[in-house]
Design a protein around this ligand. Structure first.
Ligand code: ZN
Length: 274
């Protein structure tokens, strides 16, 4: 064995030096056979030969290493910057600054009941989403709400408090600075028919079901799932979708994680701090 290992070493040296090219195919085959036999012997005895780390024999003997699955980079975008497509806003996490205004707001080229703009990337994704709903499932969708400014949210929240009291208002309307709609990345989507619009029963309509199953392909997340109220802090909203981009939406879909709070390990919950 010692002599064979020596011979292997010589072949390795020859290979390394590129000399074997002159020797031709026979040499190459013999060298390969020798290396493989040595490798099998090493494995069968369970003895780890102190082979040179970079030796070709080590490379040949090793079980092919699976290409490691590239782990998703959870730090690719900020979750704090209000202009980031990954910003996490909830009752525990206000936008900073609290009256932040998103960049690149545009009017999306889709039916738009309230006429509110959304960010450019969201607009493009919405157009694709609505087109796919029509072409794949024959469904007509309409945008109910998009961007709401800080001042608009003040009005919406104050009206809700006036009508229903603060305790109730805090379950279904975000306080100003805590609304995803202020990012320009959140959309409320309805069926063109208006059936179950902004109602939990939307989740049982053809449109609601199709969106729940397919929105991720276009970069959207069903942000307030029925079974995650304690995590997101908001009641089930099968119409509210949050744009996070296709890579993150796909990652969430594939991992089965349904909330941004759980995925990023940040606080959420049903109460406001303080
Ligand atoms: Zn919404």
């Amino acid at each position: 064995m010692a002599s064979r290992r020596t011979r292997v070493g010589a072949v390795v040296a020859a290979l390394t030096a590129g000399l074997l090219v002159v020797g031709g195919g026979v040499w190459a085959i013999a060298a390969a056979a020798t290396r493989n036999a040595d490798a099998v012997e090493a494995r069968s005895t369970g003895t780890a030969h102190p082979a040179p780390v970079s030796s070709p024999s080590t490379a040949l003997a090793a079980t092919p290493t699976p290409v490691p699955t590239p782990s998703f980079d959870r730090g690719a975008y900020s979750i704090d910057d209000p202009a980031s497509i990954w910003v996490v806003v909830n009752k525990s996490r206000a936008l900073n600054p609290v009256d932040a205004v998103p960049p690149d707001l545009v009017q999306p080229p889709v039916p738009n009941i309230n006429g509110q703009p959304v960010r450019k990337a969201v607009s493009d994704a919405l157009a694709a989403l609505f087109a796919a709903a029509k072409s794949e499932a024959g469904l007509d969708l309409t945008l109910q709400s998009g961007y709401r400014s800080y001042d608009t949210q003040v009005s919406v929240y104050d009206e809700d408090v006036a009508a229903n009291g603060q305790v109730y208002a805090d379950t279904d309307t975000a306080r100003p600075g805590h609304s995803e709609h202020q990012t320009g990345l959140a959309v409320d989507i309805s069926a063109a028919s208006g059936r179950c619009s902004l109602d939990a029963c939307f989740g049982q309509t053809d449109e609601g079901r199709w969106l729940a199953a397919n929105a991720w392909r276009f970069g959207f997340l069903l942000r307030y799932p029925q079974d995650k109220v304690a995590v997101t802090g908001f009641t089930y909203e099968p119409w509210h979708f949050r744009y996070v981009g296709v890579p993150l939406a796909t990652e969430l879909h594939e991992t089965g994680v349904t909330t941004l709070e759980e995925y990023f390990g940040v606080p959420g919950g049903e109460s406001y701090p303080g």
